[in-house]
Design a protein around this ligand. Structure first.
Ligand SMILES: O=C(O)c1ccccc1NCC(=O)[C@H](O)[C@H](O)COP(=O)(O)O
Length: 242
């Protein structure tokens, strides 16, 4: 059964966390970048993360943070995954993840001149550098680092890489089905597309986004079922004459 994982990022309120969980989100993102309008402190994060039910992950997002800042968050609540979304080097990500013993995703911010090869080489470099590397999150390059609601060119994503990446950047209810059917990523990540205001999520938009992703999953599953039945039908073997 094809199932695209879904992260709702930039959670700041308990009611938004509950809405995301109720709609079926797999992960909630918490932004520890003080310049973001979605910033939460470790103290604000603790009760939000503690309220999450089993099998819904808390993702802690950082921009150029040091190990002490990351450790303070990890010690404040049940952080399942780190997300490095700044200019962190491969070695810095590996060192911090190893220090706090948490897996991490690296956010690769895609520019107009980014090439498919650069994405493949980036993933290889991170996978070689650390056993804590979980995958690439592909976002659109903006000056403010992230959460800007801008889409990048999805055709840049190599087909062999797509099943291992988190697709983000300007996703919305309107483009969710197209994004999942075209790219077929491991997961999708959304922030501004489900907001009523910066840092304030809209429960209806969250529900509609997740429904659109699930509709895309159903389309993919239907295609895969048809392909399997076509391959297994009599006379479909290579060289058969029936
Ligand atoms: O969300 C933020 O405010 C933010 C600030 C600084 C760095 C990263 C940030 N968000 C990272 C995310 O994972 C967002 O979900 C991603 O950038 C997509 O955001 P959007 O285009 O608004 O869906």
């Amino acid at each position: 059964m094809h199932r695209t994982r879904i992260k709702i990022c930039g959670i700041t309120r308990a009611q938004d966390a509950h809405a995301a969980v109720a709609s079926g989100a797999d992960a909630l993102g918490f932004v520890f970048y003080p310049k973001s309008p979605r910033y939460v402190s470790p103290a604000q994060f603790a009760p939000l993360a503690a309220s999450l039910p089993p099998y819904v992950s808390a993702v802690a997002l950082f921009v150029n943070a040091g190990v002490d800042e990351v450790r303070a968050v990890v010690e404040a609540g049940p952080v399942a995954l780190l997300q490095f979304h700044g200019d962190e080097t491969v070695d810095a990500c590996a060192r911090i993840a190893d220090a706090v013993k948490r897996p991490f995703v690296h956010a690769y911010r895609v520019k107009p001149d980014t090439t498919p090869r650069e994405l493949l080489e980036c993933e290889l470099a991170y996978r070689a550098a650390s056993p804590w590397f979980s995958g690439l999150l592909l976002d659109t390059y903006v000056d403010a680092y992230g959460g800007a609601g801008k889409v990048f060119d999805w055709s840049l994503i190599p087909k062999e890489l797509a099943p291992r990446v988190v697709l983000s950047g300007g996703l919305s209810v309107q483009n969710a089905t197209s994004a999942v059917v075209r790219v077929r990523p491991w997961a999708v990540d959304i922030s501004s597309g489900v907001e009523a205001a910066r840092g304030i999520k809209d429960a209806r938009r969250i529900a509609d986004f997740i429904a659109a992703v699930r509709a895309a999953d159903a389309t993919i599953e239907s295609e895969q079922t048809h392909e399997r039945s076509t391959r297994s039908s009599p006379g479909s073997e290579p060289g058969s004459t029936r």
